[in-house]
Write a protein that binds this ligand. Structure first.
Ligand SMILES: *Cc1c(COP(=O)(O)O)cnc(C)c1O
Length: 364
């Protein structure tokens, strides 16, 4: 197999040192291992700008969706009602989860290249007083659109709702001040902007709210409250923890701090994304999302012409060391390029050179 770098939004390209942490087998109940878990939990709060008095963090086995479902399943009770603000496939997944769990919900929908209207959200909340919780995806990885987290946080606070943010593909790569925004639950996973490998997700939760969730869960494995209580004792995970992934993640956080924290990482991602969009536009690729709504995480591009064969293009680029991502839209022909992970300006320029060659007619 030829080696390649991932330009996908998780799993993504990780550093050699992050991968090297997985060469040693660690013991789950050993004090040194438990200390890694506790250190990670503390560092995540720091990254989120959340104080330990007001917030706590919980790590949960499984991919990001397991974490989203654990929140929905553990914090929303009978008699509660959830407003789902949806403009992409991850918002749709939340709707599917709500159906499975049997949550009473309202779906506020916009087209995938648009964001919500503040007045429309307020109108829904004014008319339906039974809504207790609001959930929204921050960066909709489906398209790369960045939803205005500040606006939804402001409305949620004004109306006294419990706010859940799926910041899966933005946390660590875009500054989010959880405490200042008064977010109640924020979820992300190991294999996105913190640049770890896949295997667990994590929730930043407001203590006061999570404390009230005892006994809510209809699932044993996805009981966020139980997971928290168990882990909070001394850092031991309830059920087998993904030891290799946790060790790699701890290294990934150290590297985030070494890079200069979220602000510095955000600058690198923004620069990657800016160069990518500029050079691809020059080659005839139009982004699907308007520039002012575009995240610095992943970009959706329209096919440049009717003859464009994505599979052929994908294989050409892969052979030369980079893996792209198919589109996730049904009605428009698109593909996606992620620019997060151990990806630097040199990579983006190299990629654009490869794409330029392909577009120039070099096809094998
Ligand atoms: C990656 C991602 C998820 C979780 O997806 P998994 O496949 O379960 O890891 C959820 N929401 C968003 C916005 C994501 O980018």
């Amino acid at each position: 197999m030829n080696e390649y770098k991932l330009l996908t939004p998780g799993p993504l390209t990780t550093s050699k040192k992050v991968k090297e942490q997985m060469l040693f087998d660690r013991c789950t109940w050993d004090d040194e291992y438990k200390a890694i878990t506790q250190k990670i939990r503390k560092q995540l709060l720091e990254i989120a700008g959340a104080s330990e008095e007001t917030y706590t963090s919980v790590l949960m086995q499984g991919s990001g969706s397991f974490g989203v479902e654990s929140i929905l399943n553990s914090v929303i009770n009978k008699g509660d009602k959830l407003l789902i603000v949806c403009n992409g496939a991850y918002g749709e997944r939340i709707i599917t989860m709500a159906k499975y769990i049997g949550i009473d919900y309202v779906n506020y929908h916009t087209e995938y290249d648009k964001i919500f209207e503040i007045d429309e959200i307020k109108d829904i909340l004014n008319k339906d007083k039974s809504i207790t919780h609001i959930v929204m995806v921050h960066c909709e990885t489906t398209t790369g659109i960045l939803n205005p987290i500040e606006d939804i946080a402001k409305i949620s606070k004004e109306y006294g709702k419990i706010l859940i943010i799926d910041a899966m593909s933005s946390f660590g790569g875009i500054p989010i001040d959880v405490q200042k925004l008064s977010i109640d639950y924020l979820i992300s996973s190991a294999n996105k902007c913190i640049q770890g490998v896949p295997g667990f997700c994590f929730v930043i939760a407001r203590r006061e709210k999570l404390l009230k969730c005892e006994g809510n869960s209809k699932s044993l494995c996805l009981d966020l409250y139980d997971q928290w209580k168990y882990m909070d004792n001394d850092g031991k995970w309830r059920f087998t923890s993904p030891t290799h992934v946790v060790a790699a993640f701890s290294k990934a956080i150290d590297e985030l701090i070494e890079e200069g924290g979220v602000l510095a990482r955000n600058e690198r991602y923004k620069n990657n994304n800016f160069i990518l969009r500029k050079m691809l536009k020059y080659m005839g690729f139009e982004p699907y999302i308007r520039e002012n709504l575009q995240s610095p995480i992943i970009t959706t591009f329209r096919f440049p012409n009717l003859e464009f064969d994505f599979n052929d293009f994908y294989n050409y680029v892969k052979k030369r060391g980079y893996v792209l991502y198919p589109g996730k839209l049904t009605e428009t022909d698109t593909f996606r390029i992620g620019n997060i992970g151990e990806i630097y300006e040199e990579d983006i320029k190299k990629l654009c050179g490869i794409i330029g060659d392909y577009m120039g007619g070099k096809k094998s």
